[in-house]
Design a protein around this ligand. Sequence first.
Ligand SMILES: NC(=O)c1ccc[n+]([C@@H]2O[C@H](COP(=O)([O-])OP(=O)(O)OC[C@H]3O[C@@H](n4cnc5c(N)ncnc54)[C@H](O)[C@@H]3O)[C@@H](O)[C@H]2O)c1
Length: 254
Amino acid sequence: MFRLNNRIALVTGGGSGIGRAVALTFASSGATVHVLDVNRESAAKTADEISRNGGNAVSHACDVTDQQEVMAVFRGIGKLDILVNSAGVSHIGKADTTSEEDFDRLYQVNVKGVYNCLFAAIPLMKENGGGAILNLGSIAAVVGLPDRFAYSMSKGAVQAMTMSVAKDYLRDNIRCNSVSPARVHTPFVDGFLAKNYPGQEQEMFQKLSQTQPIGRMAKPDEIAKLILYLCSDEASFITGNDYPIDGGFTKLNN
Ligand SMILES: NC(=O)c1ccc[n+]([C@@H]2O[C@H](COP(=O)([O-])OP(=O)(O)OC[C@H]3O[C@@H](n4cnc5c(N)ncnc54)[C@H](O)[C@@H]3O)[C@@H](O)[C@H]2O)c1
């Protein structure tokens, strides 16, 4: 079940957190994985780890906000079966405390970065007779989270792009879905706590853990397993959907 033998996958943000877990999971399921990240060292580290475990991986240093850079990487790969858009950045702020610069940065990485990879990947998948695309959304797209104005904007756009692409490429045999995690314990969360709650990291970590009714944050592996399923042939009837994976956050927080 859920094998990706002979599949070529590209994972953005593959150097860390959920992207790294997806890259490792895909490789151990038989795929050749292209690990793309703006951080050259972390992309190489994930690819090395895959190779050491006997899998196939290539790393690419690439900024998803730059369409030329993205196009060069995808052209170099040539054939593509699976795209996972995991590269993303976070931000804390309300509408009147989010600077124009921060708003633009969130848009550039979380929205335009996804568009750039879709733009580059879809022609390759069409040529290839189909493919599977998985975008990392967030519960921030569907519930009102405090202090996440720009981030919520960006994840709302990811969900809308997911539906649009799923509809437009039905006849090209390209499936497109998103997953929307609540909090996942990754460097994304640790960096956010260190930056925004210096000295209170432990206390805030506990607090954030408890906001999931299940009482903890997700592990990156738990998200990767759902993504593996959605990108495998076993999910061949699934397209145009968003999958919350949230420890009960959206439905049980009452
Ligand atoms: N961690 C969570 O709690 C959580 C919850 C919901 C959704 N998400 C989403 O999951 C995705 C992955 O999050 P994570 O927790 O694994 O984060 P992370 O910070 O651990 O990893 C993100 C990776 O993206 C890379 N990246 C950032 N900007 C880039 C750019 N311009 N070009 C290429 N790569 C870039 C970073 O270098 C990093 O390796 C994000 O889209 C995030 O919004 C995370």
